[in-house]
Design a protein around this ligand. Sequence first.
Ligand code: FAD
Length: 474
Amino acid sequence: MSFAALERLVGRDQVLTGAAALLPFESDGLTHFRARPRAVVLPGTTEQVAAVVRWCVETGTPFVPRGAGTGLSGGALPCATGVVIELARLNRILEVRARDRVARVQCGVVNAELSAALRPLGLHYAPDPSSQTACTLGGNVAENSGGPHTMKYGTTTDHILGLKVVLPDGEISELGGPLAGRPGLDLVGHFVGSEGTFGIATELWVRLTPNPAVVRTFLFAFADLDAACRMVSRIVADGILPAALEMLDRQTIQVVEASVLRAGYPTDAEAVLLVELDGSAPQVDDDARRVRAIGADAGAFETREATSAEERLKLWKGRKGAFGALGRLSPDLYVQDAVVPRSKLPEILRQVRQIATEERIRLSNVFHAGDGNLHPNISYDGRDHDEVARVVRAGDRILKACLAVGGSLSGEHGIGMEKRDSMALLFAPADLDVFARVRHAWNPLGLCNPDKVLPGTKVCVEFRPGVTIEGVTH
Ligand SMILES: Cc1cc2nc3c(=O)[nH]c(=O)nc-3n(C[C@H](O)[C@H](O)[C@H](O)COP(=O)(O)OP(=O)(O)OC[C@H]3O[C@@H](n4cnc5c(N)ncnc54)[C@H](O)[C@@H]3O)c2cc1C
């Protein structure tokens, strides 16, 4: 296939071909799926994105949008017969309307860079995935990403007012806008969370959030994971709404403390619970008093409050960098993502540990406890095919255990390639049919990020390397 036409559309340097140049694009953060695209195209404007998509339509070429490739469900996994449209060059903050608390940004802006730019205005962009120093706002839109502060502030969908999108036929369309009111169908709501299968968002109108007057961050250390879970339930039952409630288990604490991300977590703890409170001073003081009392009652053997911005940052650095720190244990990491009712946390964590023992895998937990959003992390070596098979089987068993206690397939990482065949465990055929018809309305030719999210299609075939699980080669 010649890419001369694509080079004319975006410039010669902005079309990558050849094994070495394509290597970094063969997977996202879910590295046990890999495929080499025919080319990676890096458009620099919405019009160029549209022109590239029209070229794909004219040539019948499947295309996969990509931001920073930090996704953990294989959403940006390339199609071996297609091209990747890499959006990192669309990285400008176009407009900030501080008084209206909205901003217009390009899709390739890195999440944390938006909040950093807003700091002098006393504002921030609330959704804060732990990958926020790398992931893009376009990727966040596609995955409806959450983060530690989701508990109080909601996920990406609560912060997106409008989108400029390149539809899968190459037409440019504006959905919503800077105003909160949206008469008619909520197409922005449809698009957010569509995992790159409804088109490419090139510009976003985002809602901005005022920085809270007071923020207080606490660490509670427990000798028992169940007791830490009970504290989570008690806080919620008492009507307190923390900004964040995050849990790390013993294995995670040990790895973080042995790394450069050392946060000062007690290494003899079975669990550490981070509780952040924010708002007005009287409200936060009252909540802090009650949270401390609940911690003592639940059996915390240590309670610590960050006394400076630096200490607070350090506590969060350990939590947000935990996945990175786990890189010390093995060459590969599989981050599972599922949701259970909060009250089921102790029971499911026991089951997760049991599965890990039975499958002989190395597992650690760090998760958004306030949302019941689990992240069992499995450290493994992708070169060991037997271990990969056990890891995938353990992931599958964990997912089924979560569903059995009334949980869901994903809290924030999406379905992507990883869980598309598990969708039938949660949804009836009639539900899946409705999803497929909605997607067909947006993406009738099926060229935009094929094979993802919904079971059934097999447009892109080749995944490498090889253990075969239920007919799909991982
Ligand atoms: C260390 C680590 C921590 C993480 N923590 C969190 C967390 O706390 N919360 C959370 O929700 N996620 C988390 N993630 C997962 C990941 O960072 C998010 O899913 C993020 O939103 C992906 O953004 P990205 O720019 O990397 O997107 P990519 O991985 O490049 O793509 C993700 C999906 O979005 C699509 N896409 C990308 N850009 C666009 C666009 N402009 N228009 C349409 N579709 C597009 C792709 O096709 C793909 O389906 C974490 C990942 C890592 C590695």
